[in-house]
Write a protein that binds this ligand. Structure first.
Ligand SMILES: Nc1ncnc2c1ncn2[C@@H]1O[C@H](COP(=O)(O)OP(=O)(O)OP(=O)(O)O)[C@@H](O)[C@H]1O
Ligand SMILES: [Mg+2]
Length: 383
């Protein structure tokens, strides 16, 4: 048996004949295995409850709980444990019964020690294979969920852009009419009208509502390809500077420090500067919003194979675990009505999937958040 098995394999031998058990254990020890011993089914189950075992070598004929019943209980409670049965050579039917109840295999007594060692090795290999299969299944399920999430967001993106377009026209009409009503109310003829102030207040409320609705449609439509927008060399460092300039007031009010970790040469991508600017604006404004006074934002850019990776890291309030799966959803926000629409990250996700990029987030409440954006250095599908 090779060293790998010797160090890892947890083995239990169950037999009521003490002499036989000890001899087998001794011989196995010579081959590098250190089996635990039990004299019956009950003791075996007691041990398993405290210490999980990989392989149990189990005598079928025992007083108390029979070997087959013990096997069934093991399979019920410790499904991963593999069981090798030892049967008398006149009781092969016990072995067959055992296989039906989930035993890995059976050997007839007297046992040839190398044969037993081989079987133990095979049973252990089986556990490893099953674990691998399980991991593969879990990985696939996770991947599938991610794909479904992404698809859901992409189709929501298409739908919301359509709705935003449709809403823009009636919004313009409402806005124009509100303006017109305001004009009429301000005329001389209306100066005697007793409800004039109430009417003006009503119109102002309409205007506030329009402003909010406009903010939403702009978020959703701003990145839609502009006539002047073309793919070109985008210097991410320069664009970060430019975007930070727009947030100057907030950064100053909070006395925020900006740390740069950027390689001068390696921060250029071939992409759409307008869309990238919207991504940066949304991520940076979220970061500033999450900061207390005297906080910091760390910006880093590096190159990995064919991609540029940009990280925007803040040491702000962080995102609770239960919100992490929702932050890219449209209209998910923890901000007040006046502070946020909940569309920023949704749009960021949408833009990045248009640009064949990706976004990931890591966050700890109270410590901060890091958004990682991955963009192809040269997006071949959008040359
Ligand atoms: N850097 C960050 N630190 C902490 N929380 C964040 C951060 N970025 C995003 N979040 C959380 O994710 C939510 C969604 O962000 P998103 O940008 O989509 O919308 P918003 O900022 O609330 O509104 P807006 O549409 O104005 O951007 C935020 O309300 C906030 O709870
Ligand atoms: Mg935002």
């Amino acid at each position: 048996m090779n060293k790998l098995y010797d160090n890892k394999l947890r083995l239990l031998i169950v037999d009521d004949e003490e002499g036989f058990r000890r001899t087998i254990a001794k011989r196995l020890a010579k081959r590098g295995l250190k089996p635990v011993q039990a004299s019956g089914g009950e003791e075996c189950l007691g041990i398993l409850k405290k210490t999980p075992m990989d392989v149990v070598v189990l005598d079928v004929k025992m007083p108390g709980i029979s070997g087959i019943d013990t096997l069934r209980l093991i399979k019920q409670e410790f499904a991963k444990t593999q069981v090798i049965l030892l049967t008398g050579n006149v009781a092969v039917s016990d072995g067959i019964e055992g296989i039906k109840s989930g035993a890995f295999d059976y050997l007839t007594k007297p046992v040839e020690i190398d044969h037993l060692v081989n079987k133990i090795k095979q049973a252990f290999e089986m556990i490893r294979l099953e674990e691998e299969k399980q991991k593969e299944l879990e990985y696939r399920a996770k991947l599938e969920k991610k794909m479904i999430d992404t698809e859901r967001l992409v189709s929501l993106g298409t739908m919301s852009t359509g709705i935003a377009h449709e809403i823009n026209n009636p919004l313009a009409i409402i806005n124009e009419s509100a303006g017109f009503m305001k004009q009429v109310i301000s005329t001389l003829e209306m100066s005697m009208f007793s409800q004039k102030d109430a009417l003006l207040m009503g119109i102002e409320k309409i205007e506030k509502g329009i402003k909010r609705a406009r903010k939403i449609t702009h978020q959703l439509l701003d990145h839609v390809k502009k006539p002047e927008s073309q793919f070109s060399e985008v210097n991410l460092k320069a664009l970060l500077y430019e975007t930070l300039g727009l947030l100057k007031k907030e950064l100053k009010d909070k006395n925020t420090t900006i740390n740069w970790k950027i390689d001068k040469k390696k921060n250029v991508v071939w992409s759409d500067p307008y869309q990238i600017r919207q991504v940066l604006m949304n991520l940076l404004s979220n970061a500033v919003h999450a900061l207390q006074k005297n906080g910091s934002i760390t910006l880093s850019i590096c190159e990995v194979n064919e991609d540029i990776i940009l990280e925007i890291k803040d040491n702000g309030i962080g995102i609770p675990k239960e919100n992490l799966s929702k932050i890219f959803d449209p209209f998910f926000t923890t901000k007040s009505f006046h502070e946020g629409t909940g569309l920023g990250l949704f749009v960021v996700h949408k833009i990045l999937s248009n640009l064949n990029g990706k976004i990931d987030v890591a966050s700890t409440v109270g410590k901060g958040t890091c958004f990682q954006v991955r963009l192809p250095k040269y997006d071949k599908s959008n040359g």
